[in-house]
Design a protein around this ligand. Sequence first.
Ligand code: NAD
Ligand code: MG
Length: 384
Amino acid sequence: MTKTISILGSTGSIGRQTLDVVDQLGVRVAALTCGSNLERMTEQCRKYRPQLAVMSTKELADRLQTALQDPEIRVMWGKDGLLEAAAMPEADTVITAVVGMMGLEPTLAAVRAGKRIGLANKETLVCAGELVMSEADLYGAEIIPVDSEHSAIFQCLMGCGDRGEVKRLILTASGGAFYGKTMEELRTAKKDEALKHPNWKMGQKITIDCATMLNKGLEFIEAMRLYRMPPEKISVVVHRQSIVHSLVEFKDGAVLAQLGVPDMRIPIQLALTYPNRVESPADGLDLLTCGPLTFAAPDLETFPCLKLAMDAAHTGGTACAVLNGANEEAVAAYLRDEIGFYDISDSIACAMSQVPVVQNPSLEQILEADRLARQAAKQYFLKR
Ligand code: NAD
Ligand code: MG
């Protein structure tokens, strides 16, 4: 059970919900880090008095220090600060709740410090899953998924000693804001509509990823890495209600599922209390009032991002980092209203066709693939 925690990305959606759980469990906070939300960070630091607080830039760090006037809170900035927060000796658990590939190096730092990692930052496992998992074995770091689907699978696999007994992992997908829309309608779809997720309130990047269904593609790759499963043994089913969080099918035909209301505090809390379970502030699930649970096949033609991710999963190596890097650039451009909905999938496809794939990549090769993918995506935006 977690006693002291560092939260990377404490001001975001997962970060704030982690602090709710921290309040409930009475966990101590060693470090808080954020990008640029100075106001919320100041409030959090006053309340939790961490030993270390990290902002993304020196200017913001100076302003935080001035606002806090607290000699017991050390303030740092940038990557050095994140790496320090990830490996602090005082913390036994690190929650990785920053968004994007920038979470990779801090996650590796936490792994190398042998921490328990509550892993929310999925981009890290997508880009460097094999590396992160093998280092976790080497350093005895425990990786507990926070992503609701992977937490569900983690729970369904509890007590399964032999992974050879698993026939298939089944990831459920809400379908995002655009489920049921036609390609014609989506060609001109803008971010305001894409940001209306039916079931979850999350950061902007992941909400756009849900609208394109790339989020499920990233989760497909994340599941491969976390559970060391080949892509043939993973499937995706659309489940609009987000009540069944994912399932595992076993050799003998038994299928286990984990259900619950869509509330991220449930998987976050389990990452802190595992192997125990304690009371949670989340609502219970009432099967009599939650409405019918439905399941459907995903539409890979209207949502090509999911197909691209499955292709990258089959190719392996740096293909997944290329997919992710191009997508991060594309989502940022889409959020700035610079590109259209299908430019996201087209720019990813363009990067995947241009950047050469390296199998069993080193960290440097992964970072290079990410750089080339971002460059290819930006060139695509200029030429479109
Ligand atoms: P968010 O945008 O709400 O929060 C991101 C956090 O990262 C913020 O604290 C922000 O300040 C910080 N950050 C951003 N840029 C930074 C920088 N340059 N340096 C340091 N910190 C920086 O995102 P979120 O929705 O909380 O998602 C976080 C991660 O968790 C993502 O990888 C996402 O895919 C994953 N995830 C989120 C949910 C969810 O319900 N929100 C569910 C599953 C997985
Ligand atoms: Mg998820």
